[in-house]
Design a protein around this ligand. Structure first.
Ligand SMILES: CC(C)(COP(=O)(O)OP(=O)(O)OC[C@H]1O[C@@H](n2cnc3c(N)ncnc32)[C@H](O)[C@@H]1OP(=O)(O)O)[C@@H](O)C(=O)NCCC(=O)NCCS
Length: 380
């Protein structure tokens, strides 16, 4: 006897669990819009700061509003002394994803009212987390390399300031723009696993820090945001473009998953993959990494031949690997880059959830036995 009251959907596929005004996805036609604006238009014309304003306010800002939002964000770029001390107390061989998850969680201890859950308070805490996260990643990376932590430069935008704090030198405008586009394309994506995690946690009226911490924990999985590191590992195993076909065919033969392909919602090419493919090609040309781009493209062609009929195409993680490599990022910083961008989406969903909250509490379909006699331990 099953206890299911409605249809069971493994992995909650197709279940509508929330309403949002943030992103719209049409998986069969490969459409993604933020508040109705096509992702391609935002990638080519907007900035990450403007995109965050759009997601959090459900409209584009005026020049004055964008200026005020940017000023607020930049005012919060730095690390307080206690957070800096916690980062430098992390072991140098810690994984950056574990560090960023732990540090975001710890930020609640620097907040005098961490549990305040009004929509207004959630916006303020979200802005603080968004502004601080790049400094956490950059500071930890420098700490583990034995380098001095670099203070933020509030004259730089979100993308430029992160690259500056990481590398200690001013990035070129082309690099800043490339990174900015990565941030825009990764900012929000419906009720993906980590966003669902954030909404589930905040629906208990816990706190914003707990919700974002849970989301970071979800994102690092290889079936979610961790896939971009998996793509790079695969690219590193392939010696040259000629070896791509054999490598992928062997993986398919061994029934291995090809990281950076497939998506629960998209059954056509993820529009973010198309944006990032163009970006990756340009960056690869500019940075002398065309071999990497060519290997990626060769993999895409093999996968198209073998898997397009099953609706498996490149997703956002596939070309982001080449892009991040060309920007000069280390492999274990790829998924943290996804965190920096997706905080925008997580926070937007937390704000939406708090604005019209109801506790998430789905049910299970009990498929175990009934009427089982209790056997005392000495008789088992
Ligand atoms: C993202 C992902 C988890 C979505 O999967 P899903 O909707 O749960 O689909 P399933 O895991 O049920 O897979 C359905 C079928 O497609 C196959 N499949 C899905 N993605 C695949 C991939 N990347 N490589 C090979 N086969 C894949 C599965 O093996 C399965 O085949 P089967 O029916 O013969 O058993 C899945 O496509 C995947 O694992 N991709 C690789 C990781 C990745 O890039 N993640 C980032 C997502 S943005």
């Amino acid at each position: 006897m099953s206890t299911a009251q409605s249809t069971y959907s493994k992995g909650l596929e197709g279940v509508i669990a929330a309403q949002t005004e943030m992103s719209f996805i049409n998986g069969s036609e490969g459409i993604l819009e933020y508040v109705g604006i096509a992702i391609g238009d935002l990638a080519s014309q907007s900035s990450f700061e403007e995109t965050v304003f759009l997601l959090w306010n459900k409209r584009l800002p005026t020049a004055e509003e964008l200026g005020a939002f940017t000023t607020d964000l930049r005012a919060n770029y730095g690390l307080c002394d206690s957070l800096k001390a916690r980062i430098t107390a992390c072991p140098a061989d810690a994984e950056p994803m574990h560090v960023i998850r732990t540090m975001i969680s710890s930020m609640a201890m620097d907040d005098s009212s961490p549990n305040e859950n009004s929509v207004e308070a959630a916006r303020e805490k979200s802005l603080q987390i968004l502004a601080t996260a790049p400094a956490i990643v950059a500071a930890f990376d420098r700490h583990r390399r034995g380098l001095e932590i670099i203070d933020p430069d509030p004259s730089l935008n979100f993308a430029g300031n992160f690259l500056y704090m990481l590398n200690g030198e001013k990035p070129t405008p082309a690099m800043i723009r490339a990174f900015d586009i990565c941030m825009i394309t990764h900012a929000d994506h419906g009720l993906n696993n980590s966003t669902f995690a954030a909404r589930v946690v905040i629906s208990t009226l816990s706190d914003v820090y707990s919700a974002i911490t849970a989301a970071v924990g979800s994102l690092r999985g290889p079936l979610h945001g961790g896939a971009n590191e998996g793509v790079m590992k695969m690219l590193n195993q392939i010696p040259d473009v000629e070896g791509a076909e054999e490598h992928v065919m062997n993986m398919i033969k061994n029934k291995e998953r090809i990281m950076g392909f497939g998506h629960r919602v998209y059954k056509s090419k993820d529009p973010r993959a198309s944006e990032l493919m163009t970006l990756a090609k340009q960056l690869a040309e500019d940075t002398g990494n065309m071999d990497l781009y060519n290997k990626s493209h060769a993999i895409e062609l093999v996968m198209e031949r073998e898997y397009a009929s099953k609706g498996i195409y490149p997703n956002v993680d596939f070309y982001s690997a080449t892009t991040y490599h060309c920007i000069g990022l280390k492999l274990d910083l790829f998924t943290p880059m996804f965190v920096l961008a997706r905080i925008a989406g997580w926070a937007g969903h937390v704000i939406e959830q708090l604005g019209d909250n109801r506790l998430f509490r789905p049910t299970t379909d009990y498929v175990g036995p009934h009427d089982v006699a209790y056997v005392p331990i000495e008789k088992r």
